[in-house]
Every structure is written in structure tokens, then in C-alpha cells.
Design a protein around this ligand. Structure first.
Ligand code: EPU
Length: 332
């Protein structure tokens, strides 16, 4: 366990914000107890990061940032129809999706190319193209700093909802997700509800679906290698049916996704596309030309500049549509 001090985080967050952390450490499973002793001794502020793909740093971090590296995959059970695989939290998410696609294990192929780690995937319940990761998670193994042991958290206990889970609430920064158990189908289960997937024919292979998703993402979302970004900056708002009817009567083109009882999910990208954001863009910060839900770092933007721009967008949307956009990205 080697602790680095006062290092730049620029290469450790996909927004490419150049701030510093007092301490940074990478650990594996065998370091968990030592790490726990260290933080208890020093009573430091802790931040667990994966690939840093959902964070906006607005200042230096005064504490210790820990990255968990263990990334092994183990098949725990297997029968004719399904497998249960346990995957180390440090595994790169898309490497795991690719591993599944190569073996015809169905369930997460629509989540291809999402940046981040397996350990981060349950935290915000990553989702795309009609699938959420919570649909495939059996349980999460969580090293709890206070209990100094790994506890099992069942799917139900994870309290998953749209871009949310217990790990963003009661268990926020209380421990590390050391592994995730996934139940995957060996029987083909294509989910082709999303617009551009509908015309894939009846029985596309898992690889065809993965390739299509990769193609869609590349065409719709900016590559963090080109411009720093953290994917969707805001969540799609969920509003009451009543509020939706009112909005729809004023703005008939507004796209909506789900009618869940009394609620409707509407498109944040559409709201943002329909306010005057250009006036607030700077040489460093702008909306992506590919997708208006994604804020990009065009130069060497400071986190605070990005946050200011995000707040201006929130105000424009609130003024015009009376909707408060919530951030999807974790702001520190
Ligand atoms: N739209 C616009 N302007 C744009 C882009 C989209 O008006 O610039 C409208 C279009 O009408 C489009 C609708 O918004 O039909 C929805 O767009 P899209 O299909 O791209 O999905 P999204 O709701 O904007 C969500 C996720 C994405 C995920 C896609 C695909 C959230 C916050 N974002 O975006 O996730 O890839 O669905 O399923 O739920 C992420 O979380 O970082 C992320 C990229």
C-alpha cells in the first residue's frame, strides 16, 4: 500500500480537472484492513473513486482518495440457463461487458462502453438503452470501514432506483464495493426497445447488439479523450403527471419516457436544447455539439467554471419550464 502525497488528479477524472489531493492510494483486497487502520488513526476525509467518470472536482481534495484495484472474475454457479459471476470492483466496466458478450452471457450488453469501473456501477445504478445494471445484480460485497469487514448487500437492500442506490445515500463513502455478483442469462434475451435498436431484426446476436450500442454511443456522446466530460451532467427529471400535462400543453414536442404511476420522466437534453445556453459558453466550457446533456471541458477549465455554467443552465431551464434539474455528476 503506497501512499502518494499532493498529486494531481488530472489523469484520474474524465473531466480532466487539474486539482490536487492531499493523499492518494491504490489498494487491493489484502490491504483493506491496513487501509482501515490508517483512516481510523488519522480520521481523514475519504473519497473512493473508480475511473473518475462521474465526478466534478471544484477544489483540491483535503483527505485521502482511494482506488480499489482487485478485478478478478469468478463464476460462482452455472446451470443450463444462467450463471452467477462475481467480479472485482476494480474491473473496468466495459472489459467485463466485453467478457460477457464473448461468452454469450446476456443482461448487460446494452450497457456497453459506459465509462467507469464495476465497483461504481451499482452506486448510481448505471443505465442506458432500456437497461439498468440493477436488473442483473444479485448482491454487492461491501467492505464497511466501521465494521471492518465485508458485508453482503442484496439487490433489494441496495434500494435501486433511477440513477440512485443506498451507496449514494446511507452508505455514502462508508466503505468500498469490493465485488459485485451478477446473474446473467445463457439464453438470448435481447432488449431492443430503444429507438435505433428496434430495427435490428428479430434475433440479433449479443455481439451485434454490443457493436450497435458502441456505434450509437460514439455518434451521440463526446469521447472524454477528445474533450473532458462526465457523460450526462444532469438527471432526466421525474415530474408528476399533472405537471407533465401542463408542460405538454405549452410545449407539445417535449419527449417523455415513462409513465410510472403518477410520474413521468422527461428529457433533460430537450429542455437544455430549448434554452439559450450559448450566451454562457466560454473558451473553456461548452455544451457538447453531440449531446446537450453533456458539458465539456474544451481547454483547461477549472471545476468552478464548469459548475458556474451548470448553474446557469439550471436557472435558464427553471425560468422557462419551472423544472429544477438535478445534477447526475458528483460535485466535490
Ligand atoms: N435530445 C435533445 N437534444 C440532444 C440530445 C437529445 O433534445 O442534444 C432529446 C431527443 O429528443 C432524444 C431524447 O432527448 O430523443 C433522449 O436522448 P438520449 O436517447 O440520448 O437519452 P438521454 O435521456 O438524453 C439517457 C442517459 C444516458 C444514456 C441514454 C441512452 C440519463 C441522465 N442519461 O440520456 O446516460 O446513455 O439515456 O439510454 O439518464 C450518462 O448517464 O452519463 C449517460 C450518457
Amino acid at each position: 500500500m503506497k501512499i502518494s502525497e499532493k498529486i494531481s488528479l488530472k489523469s484520474k477524472n474524465t473531466f480532466k480537472i487539474d486539482v490536487r489531493t492531499s493523499k492518494f492510494v491504490e489498494i487491493t483486497k489484502s490491504d483493506l484492513l491496513n487501509f482501515c487502520d490508517l483512516i481510523n488513526e488519522n480520521r481523514e476525509k475519504i473519497l473512493v473513486i473508480g475511473e473518475g467518470s462521474n465526478i466534478l472536482f471544484t477544489q483540491d481534495f483535503d483527505g485521502i482518495i482511494v482506488k480499489y484495484l482487485s478485478d478478478e472474475i469468478e463464476i460462482l454457479t452455472e446451470n443450463q440457463n444462467e450463471i452467477v459471476a462475481e467480479v472485482g470492483g476494480g474491473k473496468i466496466w466495459d472489459d467485463f461487458v466485453s467478457w460477457c458478450a464473448e461468452r454469450n452471457y446476456w443482461g448487460i450488453e446494452n450497457l456497453s462502453l459506459i465509462p467507469g469501473s464495476v465497483g461504481a456501477s451499482p452506486v448510481q445504478n448505471i443505465g442506458a438503452y432500456g437497461v439498468e445494471v440493477s436488473n442483473s445484480i444479485e448482491k454487492v460485497n461491501y467492505f464497511n470501514f466501521e465494521k471492518r469487514e465485508i458485508i453482503e448487500i442484496s439487490n433489494k437492500e441496495c434500494n435501486f432506483s433511477y440513477r440512485n442506490s443506498i451507496f449514494k445515500n446511507d452508505l455514502k463513502q462508508k466503505g468500498i464495493i469490493v465485488s459485485v455478483q451478477f446473474k446473467l442469462s445463457k439464453v438470448a434475451k435481447p432488449i431492443l426497445e430503444y429507438g435505433e435498436l428496434k430495427n435490428m431484426g428479430k434475433n440479433p446476436s449479443i455481439i451485434e447488439i454490443r457493436d450497435k450500442i458502441i456505434q450509437i454511443r460514439k455518434s451521440k456522446l463526446p469521447d472524454p479523450k477528445e474533450f473532458g466530460n462526465a457523460g450526462s451532467f444532469f438527471k432526466n427529471p421525474i415530474i408528476s403527471k399533472k405537471q407533465f400535462e401542463l408542460l405538454k400543453s405549452q410545449f407539445p414536442q417535449i419527449p417523455s419516457f415513462i409513465f410510472n404511476g403518477q410520474n413521468v420522466k422527461i428529457s433533460a437534453a430537450w429542455l437544455i436544447s430549448n434554452v439559450e445556453t450559448k450566451q454562457f459558453e466560454t473558451e473553456n466550457v461548452a455544451l457538447s455539439e453531440k449531446h446537450s446533456l453533456v458539458i465539456i471541458n474544451k481547454n483547461n477549465a477549472k471545476g468552478k467554471e464548469i459548475l458556474t455554467f451548470a448553474k446557469q443552465i439550471q436557472k435558464l431551464v427553471d425560468d422557462k419550464f419551472k423544472i429544477k434539474l438535478e445534477t447526475e455528476v458528483n460535485i466535490l
